[in-house]
Design a binder for this molecule. Structure first.
Ligand code: CUA
Length: 169
């Protein structure tokens, strides 16, 4: 069968595009280091959250000299803690967020930081950020989760090291 030269060229370009698309998708999935929720996270029973050693009493816990674990339970339409009371952490520290949901899928985004994830019932989303400058940082739910979704928000308050007195919340 005879294929016209131009047709060969276009076939070649089309093949290159396909290879390019596959390479892009592969890079996005593997090379860029993008991970999905729970790839390294834990699982919890959303129906029995009060029995969980961490999520049963969520909040801030110091785990290193300048390092804090923050366990947060999301539910329609609040973060606990975060909504009723701010999450208070000291400046210049490392914050490991562990977020789970007990009802539907929520979002968790601490505005102005890299903390931005989906929160899936029964799974634990883990994100580590640096709390640097003192100030108030908004927390928003960015996954539609029901009628009160637009009101589902909270605050993280970063206070100067010398004003932080640990253990509350
Ligand atoms: Cu929770 Cu939107």
């Amino acid at each position: 069968m005879h294929i016209h030269r131009y047709e060969k060229i276009w076939l070649g370009i089309a093949l290159l595009l396909i290879v390019g698309f596959i390479a892009t998708i592969t890079y996005g999935a593997v090379g860029a280091g993008v991970t999905m929720v729970d790839e390294s996270g834990d699982v919890v029973n959303p129906n029995n959250i009060s029995e969980h050693p961490e999520f049963g009493d969520p909040g801030v816990e110091q785990v290193g000299e300048n390092e804090y674990d923050v366990h947060i339970v999301a539910q329609q339409f609040a973060f606990m803690p975060g909504t009723a009371s701010p999450i208070t952490v000291p400046a210049n520290s490392t914050i490991n967020f562990y977020v789970t949901s007990i009802d539907v899928i929520h979002g968790f985004n601490v505005v102005g930081t890299n903390a931005n994830t989906m929160v899936i019932p029964g799974e634990v989303a883990e994100i580590t950020v640096k709390a640097e400058e003192p100030g108030k940082y908004g927390i928003v739910c960015h996954e539609y989760c029901g009628q009160g979704h637009h009101n589902m928000a909270g605050t993280m308050e970063v206070v100067p090291q010398d004003e932080y007195n640990g253990s509350e919340q």
